[in-house]
Design a protein around this ligand. Structure first.
Ligand SMILES: *[C@@H]1O[C@H](CO)[C@@H](O)[C@H](O)[C@H]1NC(C)=O
Ligand SMILES: *[C@@H]1O[C@H](CO)[C@@H](O)[C@H](O)[C@H]1NC(C)=O
Ligand SMILES: *[C@@H]1O[C@H](CO)[C@@H](O)[C@H](O)[C@H]1NC(C)=O
Length: 290
């Protein structure tokens, strides 16, 4: 009898112990999760709520004048600026020196030809009123000078040199533009070699008196207070606009981190109102582009 009575009491106390154990385990796990969340190990994907707080970083970005202390060459400070997280867009100021910009223009000038767009049906280049610039493709790694720039673009993007297309030099005269488009392909042919375009590095080789901004109409955030919009064209007012400045490199991603196209990477080149806009574009693929 005594034994029979003891059994359930034992079970009860074991039950009490295990309940306590699991409760402690739960509290411990919760604390661990909160700690990891605090230091950013656990990434909770959320929609617009989080994104709004991220884009607020952008609004706080101030354009600094030369303060010294930076990595300088030809006296111009190099520094990076976050423009937007949706799409992911950044500017590396003074990525190329004035002399490098001028050299790129000089070697391309004699070869400039009407720019084409990729036909989404055939994957072949064709002329289009959506793109009225003139351009020229430099050969990949054609000399030590180009190899050096391609290496620096690889360092900037963490995407190997092998994944890059040839640098394209573009010239936009007054009135010339590139209407809104995505850099990723929507045809089956263009992705057969190298896969999709993951990111684009667009380097401005000249200042433009007026117009010629690169604009992202679907960028999330309120850009009305960003000084970048000061003294910019009406076209630039349609979204996040980047004013061309000689040597600045704009890096933006056409793919989200999960490898799917980012529709918010829609962008265009505003018509040049006064001046000539020269740029160098490097498209970076998902895999080797040989
Ligand atoms: C635009 O720039 C001028 C001169 O740099 C400055 O005085 C003015 O306050 C700026 N306006 C805005 C809205 O930022
Ligand atoms: C815009 O900039 C150009 C050249 O930098 C200058 O000549 C022009 O006066 C500016 N316009 C305004 C409205 O600030
Ligand atoms: C273009 O810009 C230059 C330099 O700022 C200026 O002298 C010229 O008057 C401008 N031309 C027009 C048509 O606005």
């Amino acid at each position: 009898m005594a034994k029979q009575k003891q059994q359930p009491r034992l079970k009860k106390s074991m039950l009490r112990h295990s309940t306590l154990f699991f409760a402690l385990l739960f509290i411990f796990s919760l604390l661990l999760a909160l700690t990891l969340f605090g230091v950013g190990f656990i990434f909770v994907p959320t929609d617009s709520g989080e994104a709004t707080s991220i884009t607020s970083i952008v609004r706080k970005t101030v354009v600094r004048e030369n303060e010294g202390g930076g990595d300088e060459e030809d006296g111009r400070e190099r520094w990076t600026e976050v423009l937007s997280w949706e799409p992911r867009a950044f500017v590396y100021h003074n990525f190329l020196t004035k002399a490098e910009c001028e050299h790129l223009i000089d070697i391309s000038k004699p070869h400039m030809q009407k720019s084409f767009v990729v036909d989404p049906k055939t994957g072949l280049p064709r002329a289009s009123s959506a793109r009225t610039s003139y351009g020229w493709f430099l050969r990949k790694g054609q000399d030590a000078f180009i190899r050096n720039i391609e290496k620096r673009i690889a360092d900037l993007t963490f995407i190997p040199v092998e994944n890059g297309e040839s640098i394209q030099i573009l010239r936009y005269e007054t009135g010339q533009e590139y209407k809104f488009h995505h850099d990723y392909f929507s045809d089956k042919f263009s992705v057969q070699r190298g896969g999709q375009r993951v990111a684009t590095v667009l380097i401005y080789l000249s200042d433009v008196e007026e117009g010629g901004e690169t604009v992202f109409p679907r960028a999330k955030g309120d850009f009305s207070s960003v000084s970048r919009r000061n003294n910019s064209s009406v076209c630039a007012g349609t979204g996040l606009a980047v004013k061309p400045r000689m040597g600045d490199a704009l890096l933006f991603w056409s793919m989200k981190p999960d490898g799917t196209p980012d529709p918010n990477s829609l962008h265009g080149g505003c018509p040049v109102i006064n001046g000539t806009k020269w740029s160098a574009t490097k498209w970076l693929r998902m895999s080797e582009y040989i």
